[in-house]
Design a protein around this ligand. Structure first.
Ligand SMILES: NC(=O)c1ccc[n+]([C@@H]2O[C@H](COP(=O)([O-])OP(=O)(O)OC[C@H]3O[C@@H](n4cnc5c(N)ncnc54)[C@H](OP(=O)(O)O)[C@@H]3O)[C@@H](O)[C@H]2O)c1
Length: 306
């Protein structure tokens, strides 16, 4: 039986790529033009409004089932302004914790699996080996605390809810690091980029394909581990990532100079080390995301970025 997806945050960077991945997934779907993928903007579905969430999930579940499809909710909505969250905690909490809680309640009511996207920022970032899903959390930023609260709410509310943590996401839609580097390359001869934060760049389209694969898996009744990590394989620093972007664009990578986090103080602390282990993802039988460097080449070749 084919899938139907409801994607709150459907006009965001990841949400739009989930729609693209769903419409290109062979077998699992009809076409998105058949209305099987519903990806509302925040104006169309505000996750902080519990009755709007209840109505949206109820209509989606019955429409999908009436048409012979298995419904799955993929939550790509979030308050993602990491620095602003330090002084706008209540709003960030409403979107990142309360809203996912409402979604989980409605999904439980209609027996709809829920995939909820989360972040490396739930970890303290002082690790020395890739974080496993079971490793102790300890967010250092307000954003990270709200995202961890969202994880806890979905997992405790609905036993068919899964948390997928990702990191360093870039894609065709919305602002991101790749686009910023391309813009700065046009404006400046040299630029300084932090070289003491380590993570794994993730093309949002690769992640989106992974989420669609996971949606198909859980909708068939499989029960993989409930917290999974999905990022590009491998690791680098922001400086290493920036140099790779320059190289990909045919520019001299030496124009990117390393600096330290202390050189660029930000309102929200960033994790120094936020590599996430993909072992649980692979153990669940899901396709590992490709190496971040290979993905960057593919994203540029596909004109997805910059
Ligand atoms: N970007 C990264 O580097 C990164 C890293 C780790 C994890 N993540 C996670 O990945 C997921 C997707 O992030 P993204 O990069 O796609 O972010 P994004 O481009 O900022 O998209 C987030 C979407 O959420 C929507 N949204 C905000 N408030 C909402 C509300 N009250 N109700 C419904 N929708 C709302 C936004 O819509 P409006 O703009 O219309 O408000 C936006 O379209 C998030 O869970 C994020 O925490 C991202």
């Amino acid at each position: 039986m084919a899938l139907a997806l409801l994607v709150p945050g459907g006009r965001g960077q990841l949400g739009q790529d989930v729609v693209a991945a769903a419409s290109s997934a062979s077998g699992a779907f009809g076409t998105s033009g058949d209305g099987l993928v519903h990806a509302p903007s925040s104006a169309e579905l505000d996750l902080t409004d519990p009755s709007a969430v209840a109505d949206a999930v109820a209509v989606f579940a019955s429409t999908a089932r009436d048409a012979g499809f298995r419904p799955v909710v993929v939550n790509a909505a979030a308050y993602t302004a990491v620095d602003a969250a330090e002084t706008d905690f209540d709003r960030a909490f409403a979107v990142n914790a309360s809203g996912p809680g409402y979604l989980a309640t409605s999904c439980r009511e209609h027996n709809v699996p829920l995939l909820h996207v989360s972040t490396d920022y739930v970890f303290p970032g002082d690790g020395t080996r890739p974080y496993e899903p079971s490793d102790e959390t300890g967010p250092r930023s307000a954003y990270g605390r709200t995202k961890l609260a969202g994880e806890e709410r979905v997992l405790s509310t609905w036993d068919r809810a899964w948390v997928v943590r990702t990191a360093w996401v870039y894609g065709e839609h919305g602002a991101n690091f790749v686009k910023t580097m391309a813009r700065l390359a046009a404006d400046r001869e040299t630029l300084s980029v932090v070289d003491d934060q380590v993570g794994s760049p993730t093309w949002s389209l690769d992640l989106a394909h992974g989420l669609v694969e996971l949606a198909a898996l859980v909708s068939s009744g499989a029960t993989p581990s409930r917290v999974l990590h999905a990022t590009g394989d491998g690791e680098t620093t922001w400086c290493g990532f920036a140099r790779a972007i320059f190289a990909e664009l045919g520019l001299d990578p030496e124009r990117v100079r390393p600096c330290t986090t202390a050189d660029f103080p930000r309102p929200a602390p960033r994790p120094a080390y936020s590599v996430l282990s993909g072992k649980a993802w692979a153990d669940a039988g899901l396709t590992p995301l490709r190496h971040w460097r290979e993905a960057l080449t593919a994203a540029v070749a596909a004109h997805a970025v910059p």
